[in-house]
Write a protein that binds this ligand. Sequence first.
Ligand SMILES: NC(=O)c1ccc[n+]([C@@H]2O[C@H](COP(=O)([O-])OP(=O)(O)OC[C@H]3O[C@@H](n4cnc5c(N)ncnc54)[C@H](OP(=O)(O)O)[C@@H]3O)[C@@H](O)[C@H]2O)c1
Length: 331
Amino acid sequence: MIRVGIVGYGTIGRRVADAVGLQKDMKLVGVTKNSLDYGVQIAKQRGHKLFCMDKERFGSTESEGTVKDLIEAVDIVVDCAPKGKGRENKDTYYVPAKVPAIYQGSEKSDIGVSFNAHSNFNQAQNQRHVRVVSCNTTGLARLLHLVNDGLGIRRVKVALIRRAADPKEYKKGPIDAIVPDPIGLSHHAPDLKTVLDVPINTTAYKVPTTLMHVHDVFIETINAIDHEELLELMDAEPRILLADPRLGFKSTAQIMDFGRDIRIRGDIFENVIFKGFTTTSREIYLTQAIHQESIVVPDNIDAIRAVFGGDRDESILKTNKTLGIGKLIMS
Ligand SMILES: NC(=O)c1ccc[n+]([C@@H]2O[C@H](COP(=O)([O-])OP(=O)(O)OC[C@H]3O[C@@H](n4cnc5c(N)ncnc54)[C@H](OP(=O)(O)O)[C@@H]3O)[C@@H](O)[C@H]2O)c1
């Protein structure tokens, strides 16, 4: 049984905590909070043991102890703290306590081995510091790993249309603009190359929505494409969903509306590819939607198993089964 602690109980931490709780080979020991807000009530109502980052700030009545107490009681930490804080926590807590840790994609790539369950699970086996790549990179890695294995990739171009904020982030924008972010090529291609070696360039735009990211993907393949075979390949991968516009899946709005009725919090752990995309003999033009709040959750679970020397396919199978991945039908 792998004893797991979650440091940072926000958008990602709350979801990873629930997912850990569903694994038969893992035990959720507790979660940390930094401020006394409604997240404390969520943790309590879910029965999670609560630890605090800062005793002075937090107050002793609400928590079982400090982050140091949590770390002493676990075999691994999943750090879900905001950008840059994972690095600070590594240096302050995890390395001195000799505890392995998983970090999130906004940490710099030198924090540990970058990870995506499908494209490079084995590189993280028995490593002590592993970084699950970001939501956008996870979505790209899953798709491009599949196409590269099936058809070979000559080159890829992706325009990432990024949600400006998560639903709870009321201070972020824009509220009425489309922002090239950055102007020119974006960091997503180099980030993808930390887990999958394919020739790729990316551009990115921020748009006023909270629901999902959308990727406008162009892939030139090495081998000739049979459209029906490509659809079968995608259909056979549980972490990819084909959504049929004829059933009403015409935008991110319907995908998330569907998710809200089907899954806890409306989480869609899978890449959602709009069915009806175009192929030519060696080109693919497709659009995929990525639920930024939940797509990295299965990969965090697989990363935990990789650190303890687990087997890739076995882990992916277990994670999929426990999270209900492979059960949704959107076409
Ligand atoms: N949201 C996404 O779309 C998304 C997708 C993929 C990856 N990520 C990455 O996942 C990480 C977490 O993002 P998030 O969206 O979950 O952020 P979030 O909702 O703001 O949650 C961050 C949590 O960390 C806590 N915290 C703040 N400072 C901390 C510290 N120094 N040490 C430990 N915990 C601290 C916060 O505590 P309080 O709430 O108590 O203040 C909060 O619970 C980031 O690296 C982000 O880039 C985010």
